[in-house]
Write a protein that binds this ligand. Structure first.
Ligand code: NAD
Ligand code: GLY
Length: 346
């Protein structure tokens, strides 16, 4: 078992990574919390796979909410449904909410836990690779609005994060590849050894170690900048153009991981246009091996328009994360006019 602590403004999050951890998650939860009851939130795909296994490990009352799977349900009405279930179950501020699922379940449940009765203890049990290496750690929670993604939310750290790589075996290949886009991101922004690991033919056999290295980076970044006012922005490598592409595809043509993969390649090209070493070719080779797309197919003017409306724009500049060499990223503000020229050349 591997363990990491994340010390935030409101205490410590304990993060455990272990194959088959789900089979004894109940005991690990009992070692940390003393609730009178537990409420598990999961989705319609994960529930038939893992909910019963988790529920049967508790001797105290357990209730659950099963939300429909999919990003389109990451909205306020779903959170309201969870509040009603929490009240019907008699949950108090001393009880425990568990998120069992991918990033959608994690973000929604985290937001429900942050706001129900002004805050109830939270345990994250992420079941996608993306959720294990990224969304379950760091305390960003929230929902989408019709106007855009993640526009309502709260920073709310889980007290406990339980990561079981074994559950990734039931993931569709494309969903696994989505998480791998974030893994590659960590390699380029902070630790090139991750790129070496992922370049091995049988890299999936080392997935526990890969997850550990990624979570360690996320832990270190969040410990310095929990509320995303500086360093944490490096986690957005590939996400600036990625978000623009996701938006132009109406959030249906590209998954988040596919958009990040395309966005990383575009950001690498942009980095080279600014005089940095051109690292595009090895990145494309790696992403193609994983099964991710690499080329931006949307109209460049439309991409530029979407970039300017992105929430990471500050005044007349857009913050880009550029990689100078594998493992070394920089937050680089680029003037809108200059950015326009670059985007037309992509
Ligand atoms: P997801 O939660 O929609 O999961 C993808 C699909 O996999 C779903 O259909 C789900 O039911 C299914 N699934 C989950 N676990 C499974 C398993 N073990 N076996 C089989 N199927 C399984 O998507 P995701 O990629 O995990 O997360 C994307 C969400 O995460 C987005 O909403 C994004 O905004 C959010 N996110 C949040 C943060 C953060 O810091 N909070 C960071 C990155 C992404
Ligand atoms: N996924 C980006 C962040 O947590 O800041």
């Amino acid at each position: 078992m591997q363990m990491l602590n994340l010390t935030g403004a409101n205490g410590v999050s304990e993060i455990y990574i272990e194959t088959d951890l789900l089979s004894h998650a109940g005991q690990m939860i009992a070692d940390v919390f003393s609730p009178s009851r537990v409420h598990i939130v999961t989705d319609s795909t994960v529930a038939p796979l893992y909910l019963a296994q988790l529920e049967q490990q508790f001797t105290l009352p357990v209730t659950s909410t099963i939300i429909p799977a999919g990003e389109e349900h990451k909205r306020l009405s779903t959170v309201e449904g969870i509040y009603h279930d929490l009240l019907a179950a008699g949950m108090t501020r001393k009880d425990l909410i568990i998120a069992l699922g991918g990033g959608v379940v994690g973000d929604i449940t985290g937001f429900a836990a942050a706001t129900f009765l002004r805050g109830v203890s939270l345990c994250q049990i992420p079941t996608t690779l993306l959720a294990q290496v990224d969304s379950s750690v760091g305390g960003k929670t929230g929902v989408d609005l019709a106007e855009g993604k993640n526009l309502v939310g709260a920073f709310y750290q889980p007290r406990l994060v339980l990561i079981d790589p074994e559950v990734l075996k039931t993931l569709p290949d494309a969903t696994f590849a989505d998480g791998m886009a974030e893994v590659v991101k960590y390699g380029y922004i902070a630790n090139p050894e991750i790129l070496d690991m992922v370049s091995q033919p049988e890299y999936q056999e080392q997935i526990d170690d890969i997850i550990y290295e990624c979570v360690k980076i996320k832990r270190d970044v969040v410990a310095i900048d929990e509320h995303d006012t500086g360093l944490r922005m490096i986690l957005n490598f590939g996400h600036t153009i990625g978000h623009a592409a996701e938006k132009l595809g109406n959030y249906t043509e590209l998954t988040h991981g596919q958009a990040v993969a395309i966005g990383m390649v575009a950001a690498m090209r942009l980095s080279a246009m600014r005089g940095n070493a051109d690292l595009t070719a090895p990145l494309i080779t790696l992403l193609q091996k994983i099964g991710l797309p690499t080329e931006l197919t949307y109209d460049r003017e439309a991409i530029f328009g979407a970039l300017l409306s992105d929430k990471k724009k500050f005044g007349s500049t857009v913050n880009f994360i550029l990689v100078r060499e594998p493992g070394r990223a920089e937050i680089t503000p680029i003037e809108a006019e200059t950015l326009h020229e670059y985007i037309l050349k992509l």
